[in-house]
Design a protein around this ligand. Structure first.
Ligand SMILES: C[S@@+](CC[C@H](N)C(=O)[O-])C[C@H]1O[C@@H](n2cnc3c(N)ncnc32)[C@H](O)[C@@H]1O
Length: 259
């Protein structure tokens, strides 16, 4: 069957992560799926199309405006797909159980207690059900972080460097994720990392890059109390872009099955 809801081409971030997720997801017509951190519906629309009218997809996002946006795109189509506001770390306990739980670019938002959030989510999985999550893993943009570290060291920015290293240490690797799922008694756990090169140019193109800025560069800015100093620091990094390229994200995938 040809899908009516293909993943959007030309999306440089959500679509490639969703492709990695779908590669590991074992879907079937009629499945009941919970998609967390659903955002604008990648891959919820695609999954709903695959499970068909006998299935059901509950797509949850914490931000009301995201849910409204997704509902707007849906219109009256695929009524078995439902977008709702909810915090994936603490969903209502009376929620029914699902055959599959998915979360595309979701795992980093399990903060602050990732194992507890994972445990809470897995309880909504039926026995024999599968969970598949993706997120940019610890190795994402490693060349950039090494350059930031070198620059902080050469300028003796001890406080900023300490904060920056805390931020880096806090990012989960696929090994961390595997261990947490293993502790929950999940079986057939698989992890993978799929590299994804991100295109950017020097100067403003780099510093204002919509994907890099909000999800990653802002974390460096936050290490500085003085934002003017941060701006000047980041300008130096942007001017030395050639030493950072290629800029490679790692699309981490975690898959596991409930016994
Ligand atoms: C990077 S976007 C991914 C959206 C979509 N899955 C995609 O691939 O395009 C992450 C989404 O997670 C949502 N989010 C963040 N924390 C959340 C939480 N605790 N519970 C539910 N959604 C959350 C954000 O509102 C945002 O829409």
């Amino acid at each position: 069957m040809e899908s009516h809801w293909a993943l959007p081409e030309g999306n440089p971030w959500s679509t490639p992560f969703a492709q990695a997720l779908l590669h590991h997801l074992d879907l079937f017509p009629g499945a009941r799926v919970l998609d967390v951190a659903a955002g604008g519906g990648i891959p919820a629309f695609y999954i709903a199309d695959q499970v068909g009218p006998q299935g059901y997809v509950l797509a949850v996002d914490i931000h009301h405006n995201q849910v409204l946006r997704a509902r707007g795109m849906q219109g009256t189509r695929m009524p078995w797909l439902q977008f709702e506001v909810g915090d994936m770390r603490q969903l209502p306990p009376n929620l029914p159980k699902f055959d599959r739980i998915t979360g595309n670019i979701a795992f980093m938002f399990f903060r602050p207690d990732r194992p507890a959030a994972l445990k809470s989510l897995v309880q909504f999985l039926k026995p024999g059900g599968q969970i598949v999550l993706t997120w940019p893993t610890k190795g994402t943009f490693d060349s950039l972080w090494r350059r930031v570290e070198r620059e902080m060291q050469s300028r003796n920015l001890t406080v900023e460097l300490g904060r920056f290293q805390e931020y880096l240490d806090e990012r989960p690797s696929t090994d961390d994720a595997r261990a947490w799922l293993c502790e929950l008694g999940m079986k057939n756990i698989e992890t993978a990392e799929w590299p994804l090169e991100i295109e950017t140019g020097p100067g403003k193109e780099f510093l204002g890059h919509p994907l890099l800025r909000s999800g990653f560069l802002d974390d460096v800015y936050e290490c500085f109390d003085d934002q003017e100093k941060a701006e000047e620091f980041m300008q130096t990094i942007a001017d030395d872009l050639n030493s950072i390229l290629p800029l490679t994200a790692q699309r981490g995938v975690l898959s596991g099955w409930k016994p």
